[in-house]
Write a protein that binds this ligand. Structure first.
Ligand SMILES: Cc1cc2nc3c(=O)[nH]c(=O)nc-3n(C[C@H](O)[C@H](O)[C@H](O)COP(=O)(O)OP(=O)(O)OC[C@H]3O[C@@H](n4cnc5c(N)ncnc54)[C@H](O)[C@@H]3O)c2cc1C
Length: 347
């Protein structure tokens, strides 16, 4: 491994972010996390380093600097062209042992939730999974906020006894903000011959076709829950989403039932959404789901139980059976605007 300045010799808290990329495209969460780390380290005069692994990926380093990294360590190697757990974990372990970061953050993506725990186990350190907030306490320690224990509480976790303090953070929790002209160091490291190349080999990669409006940047989200009851009635959720140019969202039980695809899940194990309008139908409002939607601008909840917890976060609470309400709503909107997609405007 090539040499860079030792993090510890600078006596500044060293915050590392794993910069996730696939096929040369940076995941948004990596930019969100370097920005979040930059905001935190402004308070404790720390240093944000992004770790970028892959092949022909040097061009992405500038983006990480523009989003908040002070420096980017790039390991550009053909053996890292396609993500594989053991090669990536073995390299990260080596550079962690060499440079001794205080904090190491990963996106809670399918890649991050596989790689981060493996690395934490290799380094014998702690990991907080699926964090929905990061902050400093008065002593400058990193606090990691995780919805936990059945969803009823938010646990605040601090990793005092081992280094680095590791966390996976939900995509969409922090804002992605780019500053043109931001300066940072870009350092190219070389991987040694001792990368662990064992484990499964990737023979072929196929991109999955996503159908319908993506949840990621939708202005309107129509989410359905277990209360919808069956695949036939789920079509009402899809129909309303189509009419409002919205994206379909779902709770975990609705995904488990197969009414919606996995990428539609909102919440701690799914996506964090912040649309202008969120309509939740047949959803009770458990913490695991609510952490993924409570930052929406305007929340409408339809539930037949007037005591449903989702009403605690709703701006408009509609108590009633969705089987009566949704067909009326769909008929009303269609009568006024036809079957064309109607963009919602809020005032
Ligand atoms: C570690 C962990 C992670 C998790 N991550 C997630 C996550 O990311 N996202 C997620 O969503 N869940 C997650 N869960 C599950 C979560 O705890 C809840 O179980 C789930 O959110 C409940 O889904 P629901 O509201 O659809 O179902 P329920 O809680 O069963 O609620 C159904 C609601 O439908 C209402 N209803 C029934 N019939 C009608 C009708 N005809 N009209 C109107 N309303 C009706 C009922 O009154 C009820 O309030 C997680 C759980 C664990 C343990």
């Amino acid at each position: 491994m090539g040499q860079v300045m030792n993090e510890k010799s600078e006596k500044k808290p060293a915050y590392w972010v794993f910069a996730e990329q696939r096929q040369g495209v940076l995941h948004d969460v990596s930019c969100e996390l370097v920005g979040a780390a930059a905001a935190i380290t402004r308070e404790n005069s720390g240093l944000v380093t992004a770790i970028l692994l892959g092949q022909d990926i040097g061009g992405l380093a500038g983006e990480l600097v523009a989003h908040g990294a002070n420096r980017v360590l790039v390991i550009d190697d053909e053996r890292l062209a396609v993500y594989r757990l053991l090669p990536y974990a073995s390299i990260l372990k080596q550079i962690c042992l060499q440079y001794d970061p205080d904090v190491f953050l990963f996106g809670a993506t399918s890649l991050g939730v596989e790689l981060a725990p493996r690395l934490a186990a290799m380094l014998n350190t702690g990991l907080s999974a699926h964090c929905i907030d990061l902050k400093l306490d008065e002593d400058g320690r990193l606090l990691q906020v995780v919805p936990g224990w059945g969803g009823g509480v938010l646990a605040t976790i601090c990793c005092d006894n081992s280094r680095p303090s590791m966390a996976t953070v939900m995509p969409g929790v922090f804002k992605k903000e780019r500053t043109d002209g931001r300066q940072g160091e870009i350092l190219m490291l070389r991987a040694g011959a001792d990368i662990d190349l064992s484990g499964p080999k990737v023979l072929k990669t196929e991109m999955q076709e996503l159908t319908g409006t993506s949840l990621d940047h939708a202005d309107v989200v129509i989410a359905g829950g277990w209360g919808i009851g069956n695949a036939e009635d789920w079509k009402l959720i899809e129909e309303l989403a189509d009419l409002l140019c919205g994206a379909v969202g779902a709770t975990r039980p609705a995904v488990d039932e197969g009414w919606a695809a996995e990428d539609r899940m909102i919440g701690q194990s799914g996506k964090i959404v912040k649309p202008r309008v969120y309509i939740g139908v047949g959803i009770s409002g458990m913490m695991h789901h609510v952490v993924g939607m409570d930052a929406s601008e305007y929340i409408i909840a339809i539930n037949k139980d007037e005591k449903a917890p989702i009403f605690d976060v709703a701006d408009l609470a509609v108590v009633g059976d969705f089987r009566k309400i949704l067909p009326l709503l769909i008929r009303e909107i269609s009568a006024k605007h036809g079957r064309n997609c109607l963009p919602i405007t809020t005032t």
